[in-house]
Design a protein around this ligand. Structure first.
Ligand code: ADP
Ligand code: ZN
Length: 520
């Protein structure tokens, strides 16, 4: 690699050792650093933990002038600041939370800073542009750059103001960084931030030491306690709400006998910080947390990440599971899902502003695809990030034990018809009774025993109704209303008309009762 051995790169390697104490670059770091040192604008897509900060911190110590870093979260900024200063880098933050802003501005103007961290809101302040004009700027680094795109999952309008601000300094190169960008979002980031197409550098996303598994949520406490028995090392369990975090932490502690602590934004800040610190130091603790947990924590030996409900998107899933096994040793990622997770997510879609709804729906469908696939989980993940992985990874649930798949198109037509003919206002339980011919009071009172769909599902097929309903809901062909009734949506019509086949993964023939004793 010619670029990697040019004199600036030799110097960069020397700096890497002196300033950061690392023996060598990792992954695409050298390509990114080489571009930055050559003054070329770049978008680096690197997974969490790949070492994005180094790609601007290192050049910042070599280039003449200050590297201005745009970062969306003050808490993250302060973490970065601490670690930069610990390495002896002259760094400061300019945020509403800083009392020492006068000194910071003075040091910035005097050219004494290598790094200046600012929030994107700064870009909208006229005074900030003037301030930049009074200093010498070596580089604009834009962290979490997907925030500039409406295609990204975390659009922040202030990011749109960065472009005009940076355009006022045409000679200063730009380095946009993100861990989470599908092909669409990437193209958008390049366009929005004025980075040339050939400035895109994408790191490999594969985390081969993580074993992925996605299961239906039958009994989350037992399922996660089982995982905790198999993996004695530190683990993170994500739960969707504060109340669920609290409840799950308590039950898991009781079920496993292991140290388990909760973490969520509603805890007293001192307790929360204490729990985080205890987890970071521990070799066997499990922390049950909302997604607020994990950003900016650096614990390499996390042995498992469990999701007690579906994450927000594939990007979020990748990022959250990516906190497992950063040391490279085997680790597990286990997601437990239920149809109600998707029902809730699809309900929320209706509250999303019109212009963003399509993007959100595509994201949700992609997640449903990952959950429902009978194929390799890793392949679905990596394809999502634009890679071309092999069909089988050998280290996910479906590769290790291929699930049975069955064409459930006809059964789906029966279930959808039942929902339709009963007025799209009944839940699964009622539809199941109608289809299997149960004449209970409610069925008879409503005259549902006289419908053509009454009793048309045979006993041997009835077992598939529940997983089918889940799959239809995950896919959006059945949509639960607030009152629990199931309505037709999305692909339902195409399935009813026979224009689309519908395959589902067949569940194992009833979880066998767990073997007793056995002594491992
Ligand atoms: P990201 O922002 O991409 O999630 P970070 O910048 O926080 O990742 O880096 C993750 C961890 O990797 C940090 O502990 C960092 O010090 C470490 N790291 C970064 N680059 C290297 C390297 N070349 N060699 C060893 N460790 C590294
Ligand atoms: Zn696989």
């Amino acid at each position: 690699d010619a670029v990697a051995t040019t004199p600036p790169m030799d110097q960069a390697r020397a700096r890497l050792r002196e300033v950061f104490g690392f023996d060598d670059f990792r992954g695409v770091q050298p390509q990114v650093v080489a571009r930055v040192l050559a003054g070329q604008s770049t978008l680096a897509v690197m997974p969490t933990g790949a070492g994005k900060s180094l790609t601007y911190q290192l050049p910042a110590t070599m280039l003449d002038g200050t590297c201005v870093v745009v970062s969306p979260l003050i808490a993250l900024m302060h973490d970065q600041l601490r670690s930069a200063r610990a390495n002896g880098i002259a760094a400061a933050t300019l945020t509403s939370a800083d009392a020492d802003w006068r000194e910071t501005i003075e040091a910035f103007r005097a050219g004494e800073l290598d790094l200046l961290y600012v929030a994107p809101e700064r870009a909208s302040q006229q005074g900030f542009r003037e301030l930049l004009g009074q200093a010498r700027i070596a580089l604009f680094a834009i962290d979490e750059a997907h925030c500039v795109s409406e295609w990204g999952h975390d659009f922040r309008p202030d990011y749109r103001l960065l472009r005009p601000l940076m355009d006022a300094f045409p000679d200063v190169p730009r380095l946009a960084l993100t861990a989470t960008a599908d092909a669409h979002t990437r193209a958008d980031i390049l366009a929005q931030l004025g980075i040339p197409d050939d400035g895109l550098i994408v790191a490999g996303f594969d985390r081969p030491n993580i074993r992925y598994a996605i299961r239906h949520r039958d009994n989350p406490v037992r399922q996660i306690a089982d995982l905790m028995r198999a993996e004695q090392g530190p683990g993170i369990v994500y739960a969707p709400t504060r109340a669920k975090v609290e409840a799950l932490a308590e039950k898991l502690a009781a079920a496993s006998g292991r140290p388990v602590l909760p973490y969520h934004a509603g805890l007293d800040p001192a307790v929360r910080a204490g729990n985080q610190a205890a987890f970071v130091e521990s070799e066997d603790m499990v922390i049950v947390a909302t997604i607020a947990f994990g950003m900016g924590i650096d614990k390499p030996d996390v042995r498992f990440v469990a999701h007690a409900g579906v994450p927000k998107s594939i990007e979020a899933y990748y990022q959250e599971t990516g906190r497992a096994g950063r040391d490279g040793d085997p680790a597990q990622a286990v997601m437990l899902w239920g149809a109600d997770d998707f029902a809730r997510a699809r309900q929320r879609l209706s509250e999303v502003p019109e212009d963003r709804r399509t993007g959100e729906r595509i994201r949700l469908d992609a997640l449903a695809g990952l959950v429902e696939t009978p194929g390799c989980r890793r392949a679905v993940l990596l394809r999502h990030f634009g890679e071309e992985p092999p069909d089988q990874c050998g280290n996910c649930d479906n590769c290790l034990e291929a699930p049975g798949v069955t064409d459930a198109t006809e059964l789906a037509q029966k279930l959808l018809s039942a929902a339709y003919r009963t007025g799209q206002s009944f839940g699964f339980g009622h539809l199941q009774k109608v289809l299997t011919g149960v004449e209970d009071d409610r069925v008879v009172q409503r005259g549902h025993d006289r419908l053509s769909v009454f009793g048309i599902v045979a006993a041997d097929e009835a077992r598939l109704l529940q997983p089918l309903a889940r799959a239809l809901q995950a896919r959006g062909a059945l949509v639960a209303t607030e009152h629990g009734g199931l309505q037709l949506g999305g692909e339902a019509k195409a399935i009813l008309k026979g224009e689309r086949r519908f395959e589902i993964v067949v569940p194992p023939p009833r979880e066998r009762s767990r073997r007793r004793g056995g002594g491992g």
